[in-house]
Ligand binder design. Structure first.
Ligand code: SF4
Length: 488
């Protein structure tokens, strides 16, 4: 399909989707939808409206502020206990879903996959839950003495009934000498999980950064870096770390996948902060720059082209020794990734993908698909801001449909009209499209696969995309549009 034909089809799809809305909703949603392309003209990436309240009544795919704090930023810190404060459901349904891998003995010195909750009931809502919280904190310390701190993650009711969890945390910290951080990340705050990331970053800034105890005896090297915004989904941070260490760098902290409290506290000792998920951790990276003078650099470890570009960018910050070693690393892995491309590209060449994800992926994974000869024809963010869309522009390969905070109806209609070969989105969308008879990959937690970061992981990514689209199961079903043609 030529670029003009595709762009006109995308514009037509937007017009048709908007027709179904009442006038007010139509006006609102029109500002979140558009097209853009790599050429210099101002397109949707420059103008899309984002980070705004979802239209009431639509099936939004967004999460809440609690999900952003507990589910993304704090939850993966493995040797702290993160207690979901409020009714049982929020903690239970956010438990383990993101597949943040970690090393340790669960229930002894690491706690990521466990669900700690104050399990609110009506009595707590009426009379307040501060006493219950205090008791829960004491029980945690008694039952799990090897925890290296507690974070309290507020669910919606806490803000509504006005409990003073900051005071409870302060008292507990004073009595035990244990780090105790109360995070007021009630789900209703803000318009999406994005504010939860920000609140979580602010709490790390206010409570962890001032803790210098672990930094006192820290022995620095000129090559210390911290990985920021990698949640070790399916082992992503581990595969990232291996490459950086092969370059000759020393990774002193992973934020926050497989991280310890100590790793958070020593991050200000890094010479360079390497930021993967800009959306969820740009706040703390900027803070460390202002407060400790640590520069930060964004990088992209999806697919060999972007990984190689990123390695050279990172190496340019260091001396010639690192730069030479980096070239050796690139040469070593390029031979391997070339073989992966030679194997999978013939089966994937020209296939079209529509993405709908969060954080960094709506732009970061485009290059990995392109390495396999595939084309991304639609992308959007659940909770992106203007700076995410601006960054997306440089990753576009061709005319691309841009959709911000898309709802289920819009996604379904866009897919029916643009007919991609693969939909790569989140768990809420997964079964909608699979039931339509379309190949789908879950790109929040890699379905049950991964890692996808770095050179080695590219082989897994390529294999997963091939399996999704070229599985023999598709011989037994048809895409909706093929069924329509057959029945016509
Ligand atoms: S919106 Fe409130 S009730 Fe719903 S999951 Fe988030 S914190 Fe829990």
């Amino acid at each position: 399909m030529g670029p003009e034909t595709l762009e006109s089809l995308q514009k037509q799809a937007i017009a048709e989707v908007l027709e179904a809305y009442p006038e007010k909703a139509k006006k609102n949603r029109a500002k979140h939808l558009g097209t853009d392309n790599p050429e210099g003209v101002k397109g949707s990436c420059d103008t899309t409206r984002s980070n705004k309240q979802t239209v009431p009544g639509v099936m939004s795919q967004r999460g809440c502020a609690y999900a952003g704090s507990k589910g993304v930023v704090w939850g993966p810190i493995k040797d702290m206990i993160h207690i979901s404060h409020g009714p049982i459901g929020c903690g239970q349904y956010s438990r383990g879903g993101r597949r943040n891998y970690y090393i340790g003995t669960t229930g002894i010195d690491t706690f990521v996959t466990m669900n700690f909750s104050t399990d609110f009931n009506e009595k707590d809502i009426v009379f307040g839950g501060d006493k219950k919280l205090k008791k829960a904190l004491e029980e945690i310390d008694e039952l799990f003495p090897l925890n290296n701190g507690i974070s309290i993650q507020s669910e919606c009711p806490i803000g509504l009934i006005g409990d003073d969890i900051q005071a409870v945390a302060k008292v507990h910290k004073k009595e035990t000498g244990h780090q105790t951080v109360a995070v007021s990340c009630e789900g209703f705050r803000g318009v999406s999980q994005s504010l939860g990331h920000h609140i979580a970053n602010d709490m790390i800034r206010d409570h962890v950064m001032p803790d210098t105890s672990h930094r006192k005896d820290f022995e620095s090297t000129p090559y210390d870096v911290a990985i920021i915004g990698d949640y070790n989904i399916g082992g992503d941070a581990w595969s990232t770390r291996l490459i950086l260490e092969e370059m000759g760098l020393r990774v002193i902290a992973q934020w926050s996948g497989d991280a310890t409290y100590k790793e958070l506290a020593i991050a200000p000792k890094a010479k360079l902060n390497l930021l993967h998920c800009y959306r969820s951790m740009n706040y703390i990276s900027r803070h460390m720059e202002q407060e400790f003078g640590i520069p930060w650099m964004e990088y992209n470890f999806f697919g060999p082209t972007k990984t190689t570009e990123s390695l050279r960018k990172i190496a340019s910050f260091f001396d010639e020794k690192i730069q030479e070693q980096t070239e050796k690393v690139i040469a070593k892995y390029t031979a391997m990734t070339d073989a992966v491309i030679a194997k999978f590209r013939p089966m994937l060449e020209g296939k079209k993908v529509m993405l709908y994800v969060g954080g960094l992926r709506p732009r970061h994974v485009i290059g990995a698909y392109e390495d396999l000869g595939m084309e991304v024809i639609g992308t959007g963010y659940e909770f992106g801001h203007g700076d995410d869309y601006k960054r997306t522009k440089e990753d576009l390969g061709r005319s691309t449909l841009i959709y911000d905070d898309a709802n289920e109806y819009e996604l379904e209609e866009f897919v029916k009209k643009l007919r991609p070969d693969l939909v790569a989105a989140g768990v809420k969308e997964k079964y909608v499209f699979q039931k339509m008879g379309l190949p789908f990959r879950q790109m929040h937690s890699w379905d049950y696969s991964g890692p996808y970061h770095g050179y080695d992981a590219f082989a897994i990514f390529a294999k997963d995309m091939d399996l999704a689209m070229n599985s023999p199961v598709w011989n037994h079903t048809k895409a909706p549009w093929d069924k329509e043609v057959e029945g016509a």
